[in-house]
Design a protein around this ligand. Structure first.
Ligand code: PMT
Length: 218
């Protein structure tokens, strides 16, 4: 029943967490459920887009007409993203990508040892910043910002520093919203404009986000 706002467009969305291995049985990750990213994918499909999802490990099913590219680590995600971004009109980074990974991944299970152990971590590549830095075939690039304080300042810093076209900020310290919740609230920022989307279901919010994006692209 929706107007096909994105007919003929390809939208690639990252969703869910990454997992950064420590050894064959352990990893570092976060609480992203994939619900927000998958809701955007579903909304994009219903608006007529061709949809790719680059997805970390999640417990929910993807929308049936999306093409899913499963990944685990941030480095895996970067490879898929650099493959799909040049074929995409819009790239939306909704995944909660680990900023750091273990400096060395042990080939054997790490043995229980002394009372303290130290883990050295090194910076991961920034997936959305790599997409936004494409010189040719650069998609319209939309990031998310998950913050627990100073949301608008930190989000607008990310918009600028990562050279994004738009960023969707959420305050993930609010009970019942953000990570793993069914509802969320977003503040959308462009370099010269912003739009507040109050708390509602992730499905509704995804549709509102895509309508705001379509309006901006017109
Ligand atoms: O999955 P849900 O449970 O539904 O939860 C939704 C959500 C809270 C995960 C989602 O709304 C959200 O905020 N996603 C972004 C989470 C995040 O990691 O934000 P960030 O502020 O750390 O990262 C900023 C942007 O850079 C994001 O677009 C992120 O995908 C991207 N990034 C970050 C680090 C990195 N190494 N590579 C990236 O591409």
């Amino acid at each position: 029943s929706h107007e096909p706002l994105f007919a003929g467009k390809t939208i690639t969305i990252t969703a869910g967490p990454t997992r950064e291995a420590l050894d064959p049985v352990r990893f570092i990750s976060n609480h992203s459920s994939g619900k927000m990213g998958y809701a955007i994918a579903q909304a994009a499909l219903s608006l007529g887009a061709k949809v790719n999802i680059i997805s970390g490990p999640v417990a929910i099913a993807p929308p049936s007409h999306a093409k899913v590219f499963p990944i685990e680590s941030a480095e895996d995600m970067l490879k898929s993203a650099m493959h799909l971004a040049p074929q995409s009109d819009i790239f939306i980074g909704c995944a909660a990508v680990a900023d750091y990974r273990a400096a060395t991944v042990s080939h054997q299970k790490i043995k229980k040892q002394g009372d303290e152990i130290t883990l050295t971590m090194i910076k991961n590549p920034d997936v959305i910043a790599h997409v936004a830095a494409l010189k040719a075939q650069r998609p319209y690039t939309v990031g998310f910002a998950a913050e627990t304080q100073n949301t608008s300042v930190y989000a607008q810093d990310k918009l600028k520093n990562k050279n994004l076209d738009m960023i969707c900020a959420n305050d993930v310290s609010v009970q019942g919203l953000g990570f793993n919740a069914n509802n969320n609230a977003l503040n959308l920022y462009w370099p010269d404009d912003n739009l507040n989307l109050p708390a509602t279901s992730k499905q509704q919010l995804a549709m509102q986000l895509l309508h705001a994006l379509a309006k901006r692209l017109k």
